[in-house]
Design a protein around this ligand. Sequence first.
Ligand SMILES: NC(=O)c1ccc[n+]([C@@H]2O[C@H](COP(=O)([O-])OP(=O)(O)OC[C@H]3O[C@@H](n4cnc5c(N)ncnc54)[C@H](OP(=O)(O)O)[C@@H]3O)[C@@H](O)[C@H]2O)c1
Length: 251
Amino acid sequence: MKIAIVTGASSGLGREFARQLVAEFPEVEQLWLIARRKDKLEDVAASLPRPALCLGLDLCDPMSFTTFQEKLLSEQPQVLLLVNNAGCGYLGNLGETNTVLETRMIDLNLRALTAITNLTIPYIPRGGRIINVSSIAAFCPNARMTVYSSSKAFVSHFTVGLGEELHKKGISVTAVCPGPMATEFCDVGNITGNSAMFNTLPYCDQVRVAHGTLLAAKYRRTFYTPTMFYKFYRLIAKLTPAKLMVKFTKT
Ligand SMILES: NC(=O)c1ccc[n+]([C@@H]2O[C@H](COP(=O)([O-])OP(=O)(O)OC[C@H]3O[C@@H](n4cnc5c(N)ncnc54)[C@H](OP(=O)(O)O)[C@@H]3O)[C@@H](O)[C@H]2O)c1
């Protein structure tokens, strides 16, 4: 069975990936959707052009990796596309925040992404693709979201290194770096109403971000940064020392 896997498919950008990916990759016969809220995944699955398997997994719990691995072992799918989208970001200064939330960003954005990727690679055939959802937060550190921006720097680095490792196997890896999007992310992360930066920045539309990312993956690009505004920001961040940038990038 030729499948696509999307983590964090119950809302926001992940739901858009699930909805749009068959249009770009019509050879996908089945989708595997992963998130904690299985009822939401089933709502998404009901609207898709292909059958979908809904896996209600908490990716912060390492037991979920075992469940996922067992599913791969029993089904033996060919994974044409893996979308590592599940992620979270919490606002606040370290030392004043909840340690459980600070470390959850590491558990989900780094550990789970690494584990799901490592378990899935043996099932990705030549020509397959991986998409990692990074962020503009990867371009330089963001005070008040220090752990989040560091976690997304990991995702971007991971993408480039993994792409090189998988090049010989004919598998490409693409990172998308969106600006803010009006999804559940901002409410979950206590950002809504509490960040002057998020109030000021232009928002990206998750429907367009998903579409652009799928095209970038189709053409095997390593990075996709939506909108001219954030492409320009990426360039500025590349040319300016991080120690100076960080003075202006507080969330
Ligand atoms: N929104 C933004 O401003 C923004 C900007 C740049 C990058 N991003 C990135 O975009 C990606 C998608 O975020 P979004 O904006 O679409 O936010 P979202 O609507 O909150 O989506 C997050 C998804 O991750 C899932 N998830 C959260 N914790 C999980 C866990 N422990 N186990 C399994 N799944 C879990 C959620 O599902 P359940 O709650 O059902 O588990 C949900 O489907 C993230 O990687 C985020 O860092 C977001």
